[in-house]
Write a new protein. Structure first.
Length: 404
């Protein structure tokens, strides 16, 4: 295993020591960079290698301990060697990370037993031209951004998609991103969040001084280009915020889908939606949407349906008090209302003064009666006068006028 850590963090040093100890106990060899080994308390059995992009070649997995910056540094080694990268977040957000610091024991166990899956993430190939000549090539996992170099001046650019001009504007620059990078710099610039499974390229202006400067989502086969205008201060190209090159006036930056993806090791099957909510701490209180498999809602509905007849007998029995059965009747009423709200029925007054008829809503959506409490209070009478079976998705219930 190849281990990469942010040795400037005390937590990373301690975490690296724990990971190395766990792997060595399981008979798995560990390789680290020589420059990091000096800051880590490692035994002599750990292999030291020079800091080269091919340092991870021959390893089964690349384990990265740190924040987003360390994970992007690890992506250089993972892309060159084709080794899957497993990130343990020791920073703030860590969208690329698969585990947190508290999960180190589980991470070691899953690595030892090879209990992980590998997915590929799209990358970008970046090319810089000047006077028609290729002067620089690079790559990025998150984004390639063309930015102004002087804080006091705007950068004039023309954007292009598939060989056709889109817009000219002045601003702070342009971000060209992958779906993986849509939650990074492009997100901060106002771009959309794109699920990793979606194959697309993003072009997001940065603080553009223009009427039309909206984020663009293009085909993964598209070629995006940003041209720095001749009569403007020079700009700068950043790839993943790690590697930069100066862009003179008149330079042209071309961005296309990368030929080599980055492979990420995954320990969990959680959806990207859950990851997004957790990482950004999004408020989801009040959600009452679709339940996941294993939810008790469906079994509760079946159980209450089975209890409907005994409840009716209990309510109408001359020796039983209605009040003894009323709590269960109220629960049953709430379940019925929940079922109605999911099946597209709505309660509307009928022409008859003493009836409420449930019919499908005109727009196909469900709406509840005006007063839940009045409907619940009337459920005792509803059970005494059972509902009449009608066409599917339509329920007719006769209620006393006092309940309307």
């Amino acid at each position: 295993m190849f281990l990469l850590a942010h040795t400037g963090r005390p937590a990373a040093i301690r975490s690296a020591e724990l990971v190395v100890q766990g792997l060595l106990r399981s008979g798995i060899g560990v390789r680290v960079l020589a420059e990091e080994a000096a800051d880590l308390p490692l035994p002599s059995s750990v292999q030291r290698v020079d800091s080269e992009v091919c340092a991870a070649e021959g390893c089964e997995l690349l384990v990265v301990l740190g924040g987003d910056g360390t994970l992007l540094r690890g992506a250089d080694f993972a892309r060159t060697s084709g080794v899957p990268m497993l990130g343990v977040n020791l920073g703030r957000v860590g969208f690329l990370a698969e585990a947190e610091r508290d999960d180190l024991d589980k991470v070691v166990d899953r690595v030892v037993t090879r209990a992980y899956e590998v997915e590929e993430r799209m990358t970008l190939d970046v090319l810089v031209r000047n006077n028609g000549n290729v002067v620089h090539t690079d790559w990025a996992l998150n984004e390639a951004s063309v930015e102004k170099a002087a804080r006091e001046r705007m950068l004039e650019v023309v954007t292009e998609v598939d060989g056709r001009p889109v817009s000219r504007f002045g601003g702070d620059g342009v971000v060209c991103a992958t779906p993986t990078g849509s939650t990074a710099y492009a997100f901060s610039a106002g771009g959309p969040v794109v699920w990793p499974e979606v194959e697309a390229l993003l072009m997001v202006p940065i603080s553009a001084h223009a009427l039309f400067a909206k984020p663009l989502v293009t085909s993964p086969r598209s070629v995006l280009a940003v041209e720095v205008q001749p009569k403007t201060p020079h700009g700068i190209l950043w790839c993943d915020g790690r590697r930069s090159v100066e862009l003179p006036a008149g330079a042209r930056v071309e961005v296309r889908r990368g030929a080599v993806p980055v492979r990420l090791a995954r320990l969990h099957h959680a959806s990207f939606t859950d990851r997004l909510v957790a990482k950004f701490a999004l408020p989801v209180a009040g959600w009452r949407g679709r339940r996941t498999k294993g939810s008790p809602v469906r079994s509760r509905c079946r159980r209450f349906r089975r209890q409907r007849a005994p409840v009716a007998r209990s309510v109408t029995h001359p020796r039983r008090s209605r009040e003894r059965a009323r709590p269960l009747v109220e629960k049953l009423a709430n379940i019925d209302m929940w079922i109605q709200s999911r099946s597209g029925v709505t309660a509307v007054p009928d022409a008859a003064p003493s009836a409420v008829v449930a019919r499908p809503a005109a727009d196909g959506r469900a709406s509840a009666p005006a007063s839940m409490s009045r409907f619940t209070d009337a459920m005792g009478h509803l059970i005494e006068a059972p509902a009449i079976a009608t066409a599917p998705r339509v329920t007719t219930a006769v209620l006393p006028a006092a309940a309307r």
